[in-house]
Write a protein that binds this ligand. Structure first.
Ligand SMILES: Nc1ncnc2c1ncn2[C@@H]1O[C@H](COP(=O)(O)OP(=O)(O)OP(=O)(O)O)[C@@H](O)[C@H]1O
Ligand SMILES: [Mg+2]
Length: 316
């Protein structure tokens, strides 16, 4: 596959998902790019806007195994990772693989689980493996988590610790469809997801991941990423800036985005396009400082300000 084929495959996936998820092309594309960059996606939105639908449709489009975990306060770590169960017949323990052993894992209402259970997902998300009773097992490949949380109902939730937020490559919302899209979704069949077939295979998806990693990033692009990340740490309205993990994720996301545009090389505009989605949820703004406008709250405003003020370094 070349980068032209990469772009075409991304379009096929997005088109396919759109047959079930009406009018959300931008959000769908962002989720696809993040997964291709090896990342996890956090969707924060109100009920009924298509979060579950998006995760399921994506999994079907890449012929991936889909599992859903509904996070509740009484969910245990073993309910996520799996556990060793005693088999009477065999007279031995055997491993029951938890729902995290799938290609696309929907972690629904992730902020409703206790910190202990949330942290069971941490190792999985960071290392692509889980350890149960001292034995470490690799997860499936590809493995991508789509986490959801509800922005309005905070009662009985455990806000995600920063370390966990930092593990999501992008955070996004879907939002209500516009009128045309709402009409379209009324015209959909009773089971639009069930009607979806795969448009790329898992092996092809993995090959795309590899291609995304190989996108060329010049010294100028690397320096631009560093300047943007540094600016978040030095900004006067920021209490906690972006981590080195964020630098790597920003570059990885920019590479996958470039590939989705059919390019074998990354340009600073790719970094600009992805930075708001990659950075806003990792930055903690100083309370009470002015926010300039919509999207991502105060931290989103800071990122926009940084992108408009940090100069793109000249090629060296
Ligand atoms: N953009 C959309 N296109 C097509 N159908 C949609 C869209 N948004 C919502 N729906 C319809 O609404 C139903 C609920 O969507 P879904 O289950 O994905 O919501 P959700 O965001 O996961 O909600 P919750 O937070 O309650 O889990 C879907 O089964 C689908 O019929
Ligand atoms: Mg849902």
């Amino acid at each position: 596959m070349d980068y032209y084929g990469f772009a075409e495959a991304v379009e096929r996936i997005v088109d396919n998902v759109e047959r079930a998820v009406a009018g959300k092309r931008e959000g769908v594309s962002l989720a696809v790019v993040a997964l291709l960059a090896g990342g996890h996606v956090l969707i924060e939105d109100v009920p009924g806007v298509g979060k579950t639908l998006l995760a399921k449709s994506l999994a079907r489009s890449i012929r991936g195994e889909f599992r859903r975990i509904q996070f509740t306060p009484d969910l245990l770590p073993a309910d996520v990772t799996g556990t060793n169960v005693y088999n009477q017949g065999e007279g031995a323990f055997e491993f029951w693989a938890g729902p995290v052993f799938a290609n696309i894992v929907l972690a629904d209402e992730i902020n409703r689980a206790s910190p202990k259970t949330q942290s069971a997902l941490l190792e999985a998300m960071e290392e692509a493996s889980v350890t149960v009773d001292g034995v470490t097992r690799r997860l499936s490949e590809p493995f991508g988590v789509i986490g959801t949380q509800n922005p309005v109902e905070h009662e009985g939730t455990y806000p995600l610790p920063h370390a966990e937020l930092d593990r999501f490559m992008v955070k996004m919302s879907l939002g209500y469809p516009d009128e045309e899209a709402e009409l379209d979704l009324l015209r959909l069949s009773a089971d639009p997801v069930g009607d979806l077939g795969p448009v790329v295979g898992l092996a092809e998806f993995l090959e795309m991941r590899r291609l995304a990693e190989e996108v060329y990033a010049s010294e100028a692009v690397l320096r631009y990423v560093v300047s943007v990340i540094n600016a978040t740490r030095e900004h006067e309205a920021v209490y906690l800036g972006a981590s080195p993990r964020a630098s790597r994720m920003l570059l990885a996301a920019a590479r996958a985005y470039a590939a989705s545009r059919g390019r074998s090389y990354c340009i600073p505009d790719d970094v600009k396009a992805l930075a708001p989605h990659v950075l806003a949820h990792r930055i903690i703004a100083v309370p009470g400082r002015s926010s300039n406008g919509s999207g991502g709250g105060r931290a989103g405003g800071v990122v926009r300000e940084i992108l408009s003020s940090v100069p793109v370094s000249e090629a060296v």
